[in-house]
Design a protein around this ligand. Structure first.
Ligand SMILES: [Zn+2]
Length: 132
């Protein structure tokens, strides 16, 4: 649930190929000043990229700390980690599991399930952290 998803890997792949193209542009560039400018640009992009990855990792750590291991109320699976006071989905049977402030898990009511589904969809579309 908190690993890097396919979407992110594809985007990272594109960025890596961007870096390769940039490197080729640098090699092709004629003048030293042009080369310096392109190198500075490439290094800035790398720094931005590294910062984005660091922020995402920190966010994932925070989510992992705030989450609790819960037993699925439907299938009994114990491998799910869900944040307190939120709703997640059993990774084995797909049941919407609601976890209260004290960490108790129960089958989510339909409204909570719908909210969690929408949140999950938004998260996947935006490529934000989680399976991202
Ligand atoms: Zn389950």
């Amino acid at each position: 649930m908190f690993g890097i998803g396919l979407g992110s890997l594809v985007r990272i792949g594109f960025r890596v190929s961007d870096h390769i193209l940039k490197q080729q542009e640098i090699e092709r560039s004629r003048t030293a000043s042009e080369r310096a400018r392109l190198q500075a640009e490439a290094s800035r992009e790398r720094t931005n990229e590294e910062n984005a990855i660091r922020r995402r990792t920190q966010l994932e750590d925070e989510i992992a700390r705030a989450s609790v291991a819960v037993e699925c109320p439907n299938c009994g699976a114990t491998g799910n980690r869900i944040r307190k006071a939120s709703t997640g989905f059993c990774q084995f049977c797909g049941t919407a599991i609601q976890v209260n402030e004290s960490g108790t898990a129960y089958i989510a009511d339909p409204i909570e399930k719908a909210k969690a589904l929408v949140a999950e969809e938004i998260r996947q579309k935006s490529g934000a952290t989680g399976n991202d």
